[in-house]
Design a protein around this ligand. Structure first.
Ligand code: NDP
Length: 279
């Protein structure tokens, strides 16, 4: 079965619009600030989509655009102001930042209680230690997609390919929290194929077009394809060879239309969570 990320995102957003109405009735309008530095076309699209998604569910959205040559100290000053702004429950700085700015410093300046992207070391540490905090949006979306299949994650063999701070590591920890037996693979993993063949749940977050072919996949596995890769002919594909793997998997996410739509949806969910914390 194909896991329809678009449909799940639509359903979650409808539920969130209802929660926003309830919060507004209590005098609280959830608010999100998105900061964009420079004019990277991909980042501009992401920021526009985030703004549109906020408006759709009734979240107040403030987009702040700064020039490419913005100084680090000026961005940090802006973050200090946004941290103090009571109209804002969440602050997101669109990455990547221009080279004169240290992204780690910027992320660490955001108050952990407003870090709805879940990138602050305090929030990453909370995930690691099993405390409640903000979890980054793509991993949260991946967990929702897996749960939407109705499978019991507890006790399953889960293999996550990729160990980035924004996808691989947090996904692995979320699955561990759900009592899966988790293996994390990366570019130095030996016998990747054999390790993947053990997986009841296989998450590919690599960034290599269609690397995961059917012979990597155990029959009946749940396969989540996080990759977004543009082929020379312009076609968008994932890290999984969808056409052949879908014949072997029990559930699989397509690209596009799988993980992507859930990422922004989870950003909205985190912003609502922050607003609820304010209440
Ligand atoms: P990174 O480049 O940060 O991480 C890629 C990971 O894959 C690394 O851990 C790397 O290993 C591992 N890797 C690379 N080549 C291989 C290989 N041949 N075999 C096994 N492991 C390998 O990428 P991200 O985690 O940021 O993103 C991964 C993919 O997901 C990208 O395509 C990205 O575009 C997409 N993405 C999609 C999102 C969405 O909303 N749908 C959101 C975020 C990302 P090592 O650590 O050893 O280098």
């Amino acid at each position: 079965m194909i896991i329809d990320g678009k449909a799940l995102a639509k359903q979650k957003r409808a539920e969130m619009a209802q929660i926003v109405q309830e919060l507004k009735a209590m005098g609280v309008t959830p608010g999100l600030a998105v900061v964009l530095v420079g004019e990277d076309p991909a980042s501009e699209i992401y920021v526009r989509n985030k703004h549109k998604a906020c408006e759709e569910v009734g979240i107040y959205s403030r987009v702040i655009k700064l020039p490419e040559d913005t100084k680090e100290e000026d961005l940090l000053k802006l973050i200090d102001e946004l941290n103090q702004d009571s109209a804002l429950d969440g602050i997101l700085v669109q990455l990547p930042l221009p080279k004169q700015i240290d992204s780690d410093k910027v992320i660490e300046r955001i108050l952990p209680s407003k870090d709805v992207d879940g990138f602050h070391p305090v929030n990453a540490g909370k995930l690691l230690t099993g405390q409640t905090g903000f979890v980054s949006c793509t991993p949260l979306g991946i967990l929702e997609l897996i749960k939407s299949t109705g499978i019991d994650i507890s006790g399953k063999e889960a293999v996550v390919i990729g160990r980035s701070n924004i996808v691989g590591k947090p996904v692995a920890h979320l699955l561990l929290q759900e009592n899966a037996t988790v293996t994390i693979c990366h570019s130095k993993t030996k016998n990747l194929k054999e390790v993947c063949q053990r997986a009841d749940i296989l998450v590919a977050a690599i960034g290599k077009p269609q690397l995961i072919t059917a012979d990597y996949v155990k029959g009946g596995a749940v396969v989540i394809d996080v990759g977004i890769n543009r082929l020379p002919d312009g076609k968008l594909v994932g890290d999984v060879a969808f056409e052949t793997v879908k014949e072997k998997a029990s559930y699989i996410t397509p690209v596009p239309g799988g993980v992507g739509p859930m990422t922004i949806t989870m950003l909205l969910a985190n912003t609502l969570l922050s607003a609820k914390n304010r209440v």
